[in-house]
Design a protein around this ligand. Structure first.
Ligand code: ADP
Length: 850
């Protein structure tokens, strides 16, 4: 499925939505993570830039402020200096005029005083005004009313030929300087009238260039400052007068100890012209409130910027966390999308009204419709087969009402090409993040193949059950651990009902199911035999008679692993009642035949037996006749009589013995096996056969091996077989009219070990007769086959059935002397458990009989 290309950068012909600005190109090339980083760092950078700009602006403004302040201090200082200078110059001019008038004697002392008074009144800065003579003597002096009162310490007149130089007195120095320079001279400041700091100006009195003294005006430095510095100047800045030693002599601010006075941030010194006496007007400015306000603002900006940076960093962290969550979400979404896309189950989401809001690729692949053809569609949907609209509508309504079965519903779905397929749909509600249901989610699987397999399976299951149900045999499966009947076919149910009792009856003592059930699971009651082996072992067939049903069953049991893995026992019981009856009948008939055969044998031997009985009877008659005649003649002794009677009794006994033997032989009895000795059987057989052999003039030689093991046989039947073989041999010899030399039979009984039979006792009867012709040999054991004119031909056939019923074998073979037959040998075996040491003993016993 191809998705439309939406990224215009992949399509060179598509108009670019943005101009290809290099910055844009750079931005587009960045990975989203880097874009995020830049997007976060941008505001941080701009805040820092803003902070830098603010700092620069503040710095600049501050410098500006400083410059302005500096300027203002300078101006104010200059104004102050100007004011004082102007006053001093004006005063100086007045004083020079007065001096000239004094020098030209235009005024006398009185006038001077008058002028001095008016001079001082108009000038509060002047402390005193004095007229000194050429000798520095005071001619007149006016003290201003605002003078503190102490007399000025006037300098002493210089003493000629002076001694050690006195410390410099400022008035004396000024006087001398004015005298020497002949122009006004300002003294350096000094202390006068107590603590008042003053300086004086000495204006020389020149009388036609002759020095006539000075006019001295004393200025109070403080007053100068107070009166001539404008109030607005002192309001703005501190103006002070400082001497050359940096002592503050007067100041516009309240006087503090000079040492502790803080020096202003802006200081402007201007020399106080025209004095030239080292006095300096000093203006000082402090950082006023404007600095403080600036600082507050500045710190507010800094604080706000810091806050912004902090918040930006916080936002950045938050965004980073968000982007981590986002990337986790994206990978989760991708994972889910990959899952959706790769899974083979079709998914379809619908809103509450049944409008399709989503289909996954598997749904599209299954139906053959593309996403656009399905999304937004209301029912009837395009994948509904037109002939099943009604049914689909009903199912959809059921779906929308939330009544769809949990096991899903089976519907037919139509592909876009019109073909149909079977699907199973499961419906579950779509719940949004707030827990509200927003629609329904349907998953769809194609079950065409599964359905086909299921149909096949159910058909084969049906066939299987039909066969099992139709069986004549009862088939039942019982779980070994729980004793629960897992399966029973119709025959079983018919005979035993639907419970496990019948199974237990059939199983008999095969396994004790109850014990098995109670046994702990962990203990293996089969002696550690793995279930696998147990199930592979096939049970022997057993024949069981079920009393209540009066039926015989051939029961075959085997263990198998049931479909759920449990060990189970399966019994197949075939009704063999009829066969059993037939067998019983057959065996009854065989028994009758044996008895008949014995009677026949006896019948055949009747003349011989009569002859045999005749002898003792004749002897008894003779003895009796003899005794009668001798008793009549009284010619017999008592002792002779007893002897004769004893002989008679012996003969009667002998006759009785013969009859007893015959009776025992022909007596009809149930065939029963018992422990019997081969020797006893041989003796009895030879005893009976002896009658016939004697009549036919045939000798028998018997050889029985010593220490033969006991047999478990019916002795009468074996005796019958032996008698038959001996009789046949005698008849063959007699019928062939053989000479006396060949008229003998040998009976041998020896133990043998045969490969196919194991340990056996072999009875063999060998005669020197004419042997058995080949055609006779082939039909030897056929019933009613005889070569004798009066033969019945059932002898050998009975012999074989008797021997085989004893699990033995019978064989006949001719004996050869060169090419000619010299006799034949009939041999049969009977199985025994041979002791390991039992071998043919050398010591033999021979029973000879004439
Ligand atoms: P019957 O003796 O009544 O004929 P049997 O079944 O005993 O029936 O014997 C079947 C036949 O086998 C005899 O008729 C005889 O031909 C043959 N047969 C049996 N025993 C011998 C033997 N020892 N020698 C030669 N043939 C024999």
């Amino acid at each position: 499925m191809s998705t439309p290309v939406t990224d215009s950068t992949l399509d060179p012909l598509a108009p670019s939505p943005h101009p290809r600005h290099p910055l844009w190109v750079w931005w587009k090339r960045l990975s989203p993570a880097r874009q995020d980083r830049f997007a976060t760092l941008g505001p941080l950078l701009s805040v820092l830039l803003f902070l830098a700009a603010i700092i620069t602006a503040f710095w600049y403004l501050r410098n500006e402020e400083f410059d302005r302040e500096q300027e203002s201090v300078k101006r104010d200082t200059e104004i102050a200096q100007q004011q004082i200078r102007l006053r001093l110059i004006e005063n100086q001019e007045q004083l020079v005029r007065m001096a000239r008038e004094i020098a030209t004697r235009a005024i006398d002392l009185e006038d001077f005083m008058g002028q001095a008074v008016s001079f001082a009144r108009e000038r509060p800065e002047v402390v005193s005004l004095s007229w000194l003579g050429a000798d520095q003597g005071v001619k007149a002096r006016h003290l201003s009313p605002n003078h503190p009162g102490d007399l000025v310490r006037w300098p002493e007149p210089p003493v000629a030929g002076g001694s050690a130089p006195a410390p410099r007195s400022e008035p004396a120095w000024a006087f001398a300087a004015a005298r020497d320079l002949r122009q006004p001279v300002y003294s350096r400041p000094y202390e006068s009238h107590g603590s008042l700091m003053v300086f004086q100006v000495d204006v020389p009195l020149l009388d036609r260039s002759a020095f006539a003294g000075t006019l001295v005006a004393e200025y109070s430095i403080e007053s100068l400052l107070r009166y001539f510095v404008p109030a607005e100047v002192t309001r703005r800045h501190a103006i002070s007068l400082v001497d050359s030693d940096e002592r503050v002599l007067a100041s516009s601010v309240s006087r503090e100890p000079a040492s502790t006075m803080r020096r202003g941030a802006f200081v402007q010194d201007v020399a106080l012209a025209p004095s030239g006496n080292g006095l300096v007007v000093r203006g000082q400015g402090w950082r006023t409130s404007i600095g403080l306000i600036g600082n507050t603002l500045f710190w507010m900006v800094v604080a706000l910027s810091a806050l912004t940076v902090w918040m930006l960093l916080g936002t950045w962290r938050h965004v980073r966390r968000r982007s981590q969550m986002q990337s986790a979400l994206v990978s989760e979404t991708n994972f889910r999308r990959a899952m959706e896309n790769s899974m083979l189950t079709g998914m379809r989401a619908m809103d509450i009204e049944g409008r399709i809001s989503y289909v996954n690729p598997a749904f599209c692949a299954m139906t053959g419709f593309v996403e656009g053809e399905l999304i937004g569609r209301l029912p009837p949907f395009p994948h509904w087969p037109p002939d099943r609209m009604e049914e689909n509508n009903r199912l959809l309504q059921q779906e929308l009402q939330g009544r769809s079965p949990a096991g899903g519903i089976e519907v037919k779905v139509m592909r876009k090409d019109g073909t149909l397929f079977d699907s199973r749909m499961y419906v579950s509600p779509l719940i949004d993040a707030k827990g509200h249901q927003t629609g329904w989610m349907t998953s769809m699987t194609n079950i065409t193949e599964a359905k086909r397999i299921r149909d096949q399976l159910s058909a084969s299951h049906e066939r299987f059950t039909t066969v099992l149900e139709g069986l004549e045999a009862a088939v039942s499966v019982l779980s070994v651990a729980q004793g629960e009947l897992l399966f029973a076919n119709r025959s079983y149910r018919l005979w035993f009902g639907a419970d496990s009792r019948g199974h237990a009856l059939l199983a008999g003592s095969d396994i004790d199911l109850a014990a098995l059930r109670e046994a702990d699971d962990s203990v293996d009651s089969f002696g550690g035999l793995p279930a696998q082996e147990l199930t592979e072992a096939t049970g022997d067939a057993r024949e069981v008679f079920i009393e209540p049903l009066q039926k015989w069953f051939d029961v075959r049991a085997r263990y198998l692993q049931w479909t759920d893995g449990r060990l189970a026992q399966m019994l197949i019981a075939t009704d063999i009642t009829e066969r059993r009856h037939a067998e019983e009948q057959a065996s009854r008939q065989a028994e009758k035949a044996q008895v008949t055969s014995r009677l026949v044998t006896m019948g055949e031997m009747a003349s011989s037996v009569a002859h045999e009985l005749n002898q003792p009877l004749t002897a008894i008659t003779n003895y009796c006749n003899g005794m009668v005649s001798r008793v009549r003649a009284d010619a017999i002794e008592k002792a002779d009589l007893i002897a004769a009677l004893e002989k008679t009794a012996r003969q009667a006994q002998r006759a009785g013995q013969i009859i007893h033997r015959i009776r025992a032989f022909v007596k009809r009895s149930e065939p029963q096996r018992q422990a019997a000795k081969a020797r006893d059987i041989v003796e009895a057989a030879v005893d009976l056969a002896g009658i016939e052999l004697r009549r036919r003039n045939v000798h028998i030689r018997t050889y029985v091996a010593q220490r033969l093991p006991e047999l478990r046989v019916d002795p009468i039947l074996i005796e019958q077989v032996l008698l038959n073989l001996l009789k046949n041999a005698a008849e063959a010899i007699d019928n062939a009219h053989l000479p006396q030399a060949r008229r003998h039979i040998e009976l041998r009984v020896v133990p043998r070990h045969k490969a196919e039979e194991g340990g056996v006792i072999e009875f063999s009867v060998t005669d020197n007769g004419p042997g058995v012709k080949d055609e006779v040999m082939a039909r030897l054991y056929e019933a009613f086959f005889s070569t004798k004119p009066d033969g019945l031909g059932i002898g050998l056939s009975l012999c074989r059935s008797i021997i085989e019923s004893h699990r033995g074998r019978i064989r006949a073979e001719n004996l050869y002397n060169g090419m000619s037959v010299s006799g034949c040998r009939f041999a049969f075996t009977l199985p025994v458990e041979l002791p390991a040491t039992a071998t043919e003993s050398p010591s033999t016993s021979l029973i000879e009989s004439a």
